[in-house]
Write a protein that binds this ligand. Structure first.
Ligand SMILES: C[S@@+](CC[C@H](N)C(=O)[O-])C[C@H]1O[C@@H](n2cnc3c(N)ncnc32)[C@H](O)[C@@H]1O
Length: 219
């Protein structure tokens, strides 16, 4: 073949087929790339969290944040966002008067981004983003909790929250409801829907359900 003839070179290239080894190398390369993005940017800091409890970053949109704030209207005190992402809910809640305003997040990139957003908003010393596993923090002193997590972890989170939160606490869940709790209020539609749960009310309804079950008249 004349190496200088681009037409011939093209034909030769087209005639060559990728062998099995080539396909395997491509697949391994693609797999490593996906893993590097996952481990390096999306889920760093999650090595010690069991796979079934890992929830990826999907930020709340403006309407969802607004719905959260609407369901917190009239309340005050400490607020905690469990899995705070880029910190937008914590910052918005602080601007509505919630203090202390705390976000727990494991992804160091998102923590840096949160602090940058807070600094740009002039709230760097007022809001707090901590690198903590949400399953390991104690929530006994929290009166307002927000969560935008996956449905697969909400049942387990119900148990943790009921064990730790005071009766006067309100829990706000975005995108997905808690599977076994009765909401006090809801707002929004579809993926923008947000549920509010008053912990005292949840405990009461759970106790009533358990009593009815024991008497053979489940509600
Ligand atoms: C769906 S995003 C929600 C982010 C933010 N709350 C918002 O609504 O914009 C869930 C976040 O939880 C974080 N996360 C998941 N599991 C966590 C854990 N065990 N401890 C701390 N953060 C966690 C993820 O890194 C991700 O940023």
């Amino acid at each position: 073949m004349d190496q200088d003839d681009p037409g011939e070179a093209m034909t030769e290239l087209q005639e060559r087929s990728i062998g099995g080894l080539g396909v395997m190398q491509l697949a391994v390369g693609a797999g490593l790339f996906v893993y590097a993005v996952w481990a390096g940017f999306l889920m760093p800091g999650f090595r010690r969290v069991p796979l079934k409890l890992q929830v990826p970053y999907v930020p709340a949109n403006k309407r969802q944040v607004q719905n959260v704030l609407n369901l917190l209207q009239g309340r005050s005190g400490k607020i905690v966002d469990l899995g705070s992402g880029d910190g937008r809910i914590v910052l918005a809640a602080y601007r509505r008067g919630f203090y202390p305003a705390v976000g727990y997040e494991l992804n160091p990139w998102l923590l840096r981004l949160s602090r940058l957003h807070a600094w740009r908003a002039g709230c760097a010393q007022r809001v707090c983003y901590l690198k903590e596993d949400l399953w390991k923090v104690n929530l006994a002193d929290c009166s307002n909790i927000t969560v935008f997590l996956a449905p697969s972890v909400l049942s387990l989170l119900e148990t943790k929250l009921l064990a730790e939160l005071p009766n006067e606490a309100r829990v706000i869940s975005g995108r997905f409801p808690f599977p076994n709790w009765e909401p006090t209020a809801t707002i929004g539609e579809g993926l923008d829907k947000v549920w509010a749960y008053d912990v005292g009310h949840v405990r009461q309804t759970m106790a009533e359900r358990a009593a009815a079950f024991e008497q053979g008249t489940p509600v």
